[in-house]
Ligand binder design. Structure first.
Ligand SMILES: Cc1cc2nc3c(=O)[nH]c(=O)nc-3n(C[C@H](O)[C@H](O)[C@H](O)COP(=O)(O)OP(=O)(O)OC[C@H]3O[C@@H](n4cnc5c(N)ncnc54)[C@H](O)[C@@H]3O)c2cc1C
Ligand SMILES: *[C@@H]1O[C@H](CO)[C@@H](O)[C@H](O)[C@H]1NC(C)=O
Ligand SMILES: *[C@@H]1O[C@H](CO)[C@@H](O)[C@H](O)[C@H]1NC(C)=O
Ligand SMILES: *[C@@H]1O[C@H](CO)[C@@H](O)[C@H](O)[C@H]1NC(C)=O
Ligand SMILES: *[C@@H]1O[C@H](CO)[C@@H](O)[C@H](O)[C@H]1NC(C)=O
Ligand SMILES: *[C@@H]1O[C@H](CO)[C@@H](O)[C@H](O)[C@H]1NC(C)=O
Ligand SMILES: *[C@@H]1O[C@H](CO)[C@@H](O)[C@H](O)[C@H]1NC(C)=O
Ligand SMILES: *[C@@H]1O[C@H](CO)[C@@H](O)[C@H](O)[C@H]1NC(C)=O
Ligand SMILES: *[C@@H]1O[C@H](CO)[C@@H](O)[C@H](O)[C@H]1NC(C)=O
Length: 620
């Protein structure tokens, strides 16, 4: 029978060394069913018996809700209500043997681990090993840094933090989430990585959209990554809108949280691509929802598109998305710097007039408006390189334009920079089919935090633009790294869309940007982490104040975003909480800073706001 989650469900091992401080624990999570067909479907669902008669695994259901007194805290291994081995075995049989019980990958670095293997350990420092691992997130602090790759543990080298390896905040959905929404101590997590099915639908019709959608589409498994979608795009000569990094899941967290793309000023957000979704809800049932659904299922479809499906309403197994015509993307890349900084790519123009640098900086962002209005995307990053040196890298990205057209389009920017004393006259220019291999290099998991801002068009008007730019400049001068993306995913660009749950601010946004600074969370004390976060908030607050009516992109945000409910979802938040209560009243799904998550809190005592601790209801 079931094959859907060829991917897996993993409980926490009982047998790991557990430190006093960090005891692993279990969420009672939904057990999705699986299917032998390429997509989860009606013929392979859990039975009522599976769902109702599984005392250790609490499914939400109307049937049992009345009798369930939800416990205040989720269980941890060692708790009386932690499932017995026999119960795990039973679950494993239901899943056709797909249950995993993995150790953190860096356990190979620890002599106390049964998996100790120094040579395997050495590879962890260079590889993006989290991509194909069921328990590793991309940001290590989210697990509480309890089992970091640590080389030569017996030396007094740089890694003087922890000499033990415990399960901590592992395990997780393997993935890209930056703030620990894919991890949780004691969690039973569902690995969607292997849900790789793909079906081309040349003549798909969706009447719930306005106007109705009629045209090519594809039905993809939720584990498809951009690099997988690419091969199919080539085969069928189509474009599937996705994030800009080859390994991001195209149809899991990216779409659920909004999903911005290099094509957003043309085709809108990820949520605008979705025409229908297959989802397993907290009652253990598989459902197909779309704009044609009615009542609560229609609301679920709305919420899954921007409300952050991210461990909130259900497990998305497949999505039908629009297939656009194949399109080329042309990129003009250049850099300029004040004093002797070295950018990574593109020709660099170095000047020695600091004020000219900042005037050029403003000119670049002012050019963001004509760029997005022409369907383009302006990628930028600016950084202080010390001693009063700054460097700015710019990529003018134009979908559907040739090299000659793109260079012509960028001429007014070059002319403006020249008039400001920055003699930029050329760029490194490339053109390729959108989705062609790029940005492949990804390193091992990192350990950083940052914050996001969505800049409404008004913050670029003549009244607010100077103060907006000044707030950013001050942060860069203070040593923060600034990464801006100009894009304009208006409702019009998301043609044939059904209203979605993304923050309405997205529709007026002309720039999404991140402010970050490398803080070594692995080696910092709790006080240092708190101080770094305080500083980040201070500079972010100035940017927030300069951009009234803005928001924050939940997929690339800070867990400590002030009033995150409003910043991530704006006026949609209240309705999203209703949908969450309707579909998951017992809190089977939980992740930090997601809809309804205020009702619970992780008791993490490591100063990191990580997922390493017991999850309990807030209050009584
Ligand atoms: C290198 C890099 C580049 C990025 N580029 C972009 C970009 O260009 N545009 C952009 O918008 N964002 C981008 N992001 C951010 C990205 O959107 C988020 O990190 C997003 O959470 C990734 O989704 P995922 O499914 O790969 O990650 P995961 O960490 O697996 O999942 C993220 C969250 O979604 C939940 N989730 C995942 N799959 C499902 C499912 N099937 N059903 C229910 N819940 C699910 C997880 O439980 C978790 O809470 C980038 C991130 C990285 C690290
Ligand atoms: C719920 O409780 C009622 C009343 O006590 C009982 O009749 C019913 O059988 C219970 N249902 C379940 C599923 O235990
Ligand atoms: C689940 O069953 C499979 C097949 O029998 C087995 O290989 C695997 O180890 C089991 N998983 C757990 C966690 O026991
Ligand atoms: C580290 O030290 C322990 C205890 O002294 C020893 O048993 C072990 O072999 C050492 N490991 C390495 C990699 O040197
Ligand atoms: C692919 O699609 C593009 C855009 O529609 C079209 O111009 C091109 O001719 C197509 N190529 C092939 C090989 O069909
Ligand atoms: C993309 O550009 C290449 C040349 O660089 C060209 O051969 C191809 O036809 C273009 N494709 C589209 C869809 O415009
Ligand atoms: C600034 O740069 C110009 C041209 O590169 C050079 O001639 C001049 O000496 C520099 N001025 C200073 C103060 O370094
Ligand atoms: C800054 O300048 C000082 C003095 O010239 C020099 O010693 C130092 O290395 C410089 N720092 C950086 C980061 O370039
Ligand atoms: C810019 O936007 C702000 C906020 O909406 C508004 O108060 C101001 O009048 C606008 N200025 C211009 C010139 O449109």
């Amino acid at each position: 029978m079931l094959k859907l989650l060829e991917g897996m469900i993993e409980p926490l091992p009982h047998d790991l060394p557990t430190s006093r401080k960090m005891r692993s624990h279990l969420f009672l999570a939904v057990i999705p069913l699986a299917s032998a067909s390429p997509f989860a479907s009606h013929d392979s669902q859990l039975t009522i018996r599976d769902i109702s008669d599984f005392p250790s695994i609490v499914f939400e259901s109307r049937y049992r809700r009345a009798n369930t007194t939800a416990p205040r805290c989720k269980s941890l291994p060692g708790d009386p209500d932690w499932p017995s081995d026999a119960e795990w075995d039973r679950l494993n049989r239901t899943l056709n043997g797909a249950l995993l019980k993995p150790l953190p990958p860096a356990s190979v670095c620890y002599p106390s681990s049964p998996k100790y293997n120094p040579s395997a350990c050495s590879t962890l420092f260079t590889k993006a090993y989290y991509l194909d691992d069921p328990v590793s997130p991309a940001q290590q602090w989210t697990t509480g840094n309890t089992c970091l790759p640590a080389w030569n543990l017996n030396s007094t080298g740089n890694w003087n933090l922890t000499l033990t390896c415990t399960q901590g905040g592992f395990p997780v959905n393997s993935g890209h989430d930056f703030v620990g929404r894919n991890t949780g101590a004691g969690a039973l997590s569902i690995w969607t990585h292997h849900l790789k099915s793909f079906e081309f639908l040349p003549e798909y019709v969706q009447r719930g959209h306005n106007p109705p959608y009629s045209g090519p589409a594809v039905r993809v498994g939720a584990g498809i990554q951009i690099k997988d979608g690419r091969a199919y795009s080539e085969k069928y000569n189509i474009t599937l809108v996705g994030g800009s990094c080859a390994t991001v899941g195209s149809f899991g967290g990216w779409l659920a949280g909004g999903g911005h793309s290099e094509l957003s000023s043309m085709y809108g957000l990820g949520v605008d691509q979705a025409l229908e979704m297959g989802v397993i809800t907290a009652d253990g049932r598989y459902r197909v929802v779309s704009a044609e659904s009615e009542g609560r299922e229609r609301e679920l479809f709305w919420a899954l598109r921007g409300g952050g499906a991210v461990s909130t309403y259900g497990v998305v197994t497949s999505v039908v998305v629009k297939a656009h015509p194949a399109i080329n993307l042309t990129i003009a890349d250049f850099s300029f710097a004040v004093q002797n900084s070295t950018p990574s790519t593109g020709p660099i123009v170095t000047i020695n007039d600091t004020e000219a640098f900042w005037r050029g900086f403003n000119a670049v962002y002012a050019f963001g408006i004509p760029t997005v209005d022409a369907g383009g995307y302006l990628w930028t990053q600016a950084i202080s390189t010390g001693n009063g040196s700054f460097v700015m890298q710019v990529k003018v990205q134009m979908p559907g334009r040739t090299i000659a057209e793109t260079m012509k389009f960028a001429q007014p920017l070059f002319a403006k920079l020249q008039s400001l004393g920055i003699p930029v006259s050329s760029a490194t220019i490339t053109t390729m089919v959108y989705g062609a291999p790029r940005f492949e290099a990804e390193g091992p998991p990192s350990n950083m935090r940052f914050a996001s801002r969505l800049f409404p068009r008004s913050s670029f008007n003549s009244t607010l633009f100077p103060s907006t730019m000044s707030a950013i400049r001050i942060a860069i001068e203070a040593g923060f790294f600034f990464h801006g993306l100009n894009l304009s995913p208006t409702v019009r660009m998301g043609e044939y869309s059904y209203p979605s749950a993304v923050n309405p601010v997205w529709r007026e946004t002309v720039m999404h940007a991140n402010l970050m600074r490398t803080t070594i969370f692995a080696t910092s004390t709790a006080e240092e982490v708190a101080a770094a976060q305080k500083l980040l908030q201070e500079y972010m607050n100035a940017i927030r104040e300069a951009t009234p009516g803005g928001g924050s992109y939940l997929n690339e945000a800070d867990l400590e975003e002030p009033d995150w409910q409003h910043a991530f979802w704006g006026s949609n938040y209240a309705k999203l909480v209703d949908v969450k209560r309707e579909w998951d009243p017992l809190g089977v799904f939980w992740a930090p800073a997601t809809v309804g998550s205020e009702a619970w809190a992780v008791d993490s005592r490591d100063g990191l706001k990580s997922q390493n601790g017991r999850l309990c209801r807030v209050g009584s």
